[in-house]
Write a protein of this length. Structure first.
Length: 86
């Protein structure tokens, strides 16, 4: 399953409600002013499939989709910022 790439300057976060790493990354991105949309993989079968495809069969979150279509798993906010060219 493919997801539409996010607009330039923003990312899509694939998360779960219970993931501490997801909460931390969202807070850090908020503080840094990085725009993101969030998709809960537990409530969206297509999102869970996308994450498994991106992570060799594992539903590892946070998984981040960038405007260029690349995907990174469990990045720091600084890595996200850098990949966005900010």
């Amino acid at each position: 399953m493919a997801f539409e790439n996010p607009p330039a300057g923003s990312v899509t976060l694939f998360t779960t409600t219970w993931c501490g790493y997801c909460r931390r990354l969202k807070q850090q991105l908020d503080r840094a002013g990085v725009q993101f949309s969030e998709v809960d993989v537990e409530g969206d079968a297509a999102a869970a499939a996308f994450v498994r495809t991106a992570n060799n069969g594992n539903e590892t979150v946070p998984t981040v989709l960038f405007p260029d279509g690349s995907v990174v798993t469990n990045p720091t906010a600084a890595q996200v910022d850098s990949r966005l060219g900010r």
